[in-house]
Design a binder for this molecule. Sequence first.
Ligand SMILES: [Zn+2]
Length: 233
Amino acid sequence: MLRTHKLGEADRIITLLTRSNGRVRAVAKGVRRTTSKFGSRLEPFTHVDLQLAEGRNLDIITQAETKSPFSAALGFDYERYTAGTVMLETAERLVSEEKQPSLQQFLLLVGGLRAMASGERCPGQVLDSYLLRSLAVAGYAPTFDGCAHCGREGPHRWFNPSMGGMLCSTCRLPGSANPAPETIGVLGALLAGDWPVVEIAEPRHLKEAGGLVAAFLAWHLERSLRSMEHVER
Ligand SMILES: [Zn+2]
């Protein structure tokens, strides 16, 4: 479940990311009645098994069975909840076309929410790793070693979201960020899921990496996500 909208008196339109059909919108009839057979199963963050029937405009949800109620683990922790909300919003934006299969995005999101709900890692690190990977799956893989423009071997000093990552001194654009070398190492580890490197990183490098990930995401989504403002860095 990515998002829900009210529809009429008692229904909702539910936006889903599905394993085999990509992003889908479907109607849940009567879901806002207290007697609804769906209960709280059709809320954001919940991983469900669904049955859909073809409707006139949108499909109609006929059955829902909870697989993982991530909402229960995320709903009680402000930091995890806000970071998880950014993940849902990002998945919805990156899977831009309805009913276009996006298995990799689906698996990344479920894996990311599971990591977020488990509480084993810092929410900001789970979020940043998810964001870099989902951008990479969407075709916007950032470059942290070679120069993103000319390909010259790094390490390089300049980061520019609009150019796709690190830039050498020749290709550097005005306004590029000049992160600490350790921060660039953290970014590469977050993208690769190299957690031992992330775990020993200093807070200031993790924080700087988070700011660059947010800038990179905002560039590719053509605006920053409102939900990102609530993530504490
Ligand atoms: Zn270059």
